[in-house]
Design a protein around this ligand. Structure first.
Ligand SMILES: Cc1cc2nc3c(=O)[nH]c(=O)nc-3n(C[C@H](O)[C@H](O)[C@H](O)COP(=O)(O)O)c2cc1C
Length: 141
């Protein structure tokens, strides 16, 4: 049975090197556990979608919660799903600072990524829009 989980957090170290090392770990681990998803970051905030079996998603979320490289981890959405939306990415990445702010503005009051201020459904819609506009890099599937 498949589930999708969406959370937001604040980076402790938002350097390119820190984010690269998180992505490298994700791409190393996720294929074996069947996890797919997207990691989006901008202005020191992470927005991540994780899909996979309920057990694998729960286990990974537990690990992520304890990771000292970010804080204020807030669960935005958890749902059972019939199919994956981000199945082509072992962990796709989006650097929002390189994007047109209008994509973010479409789903929020301000043109800045702030998943703490909007609904989980709005954050998921933003991720889908990023996928539709080919803003996600790191496709491996
Ligand atoms: C924002 C964020 C997203 C992460 N996403 C993943 C992920 O998708 N998959 C993963 O295996 N680890 C992810 N991690 C890293 C885990 O928290 C943990 O550090 C890693 O899985 C431990 O790997 P190791 O035991 O090989 O050192 C993420 C960490 C952060 C801070």
């Amino acid at each position: 049975m498949l589930v999708r989980l969406l959370y937001a957090s604040r980076a402790v170290d938002a350097s390119a090197a820190a984010i690269e090392s998180i992505l490298a770990k994700s791409r190393e681990h996720n294929p074996a556990t069947g996890i797919t998803g997207i990691l989006c970051y901008g202005r020191g905030i992470f927005l991540q979608a994780i899909e996979g079996s309920r057990s694998a998603v729960n286990a990974l979320y537990g690990t992520i919660l304890r990771d000292p490289r970010h804080q204020d981890v807030e669960l935005l959405l958890f749902e059972e799903i019939g199919e994956r939306r981000f199945g082509g990415w072992t962990m796709g990445q989006v650097n929002l600072s390189r994007l047109n702010a209008s994509i973010v503005l479409k789903y929020s009051e301000k043109p800045e990524l702030d998943p703490y201020a909007v609904s989980g459904a709005a954050s998921l819609s933003l991720l889908e829009e990023l996928m539709a506009t080919a803003s996600i890099v790191g496709r491996t599937g």
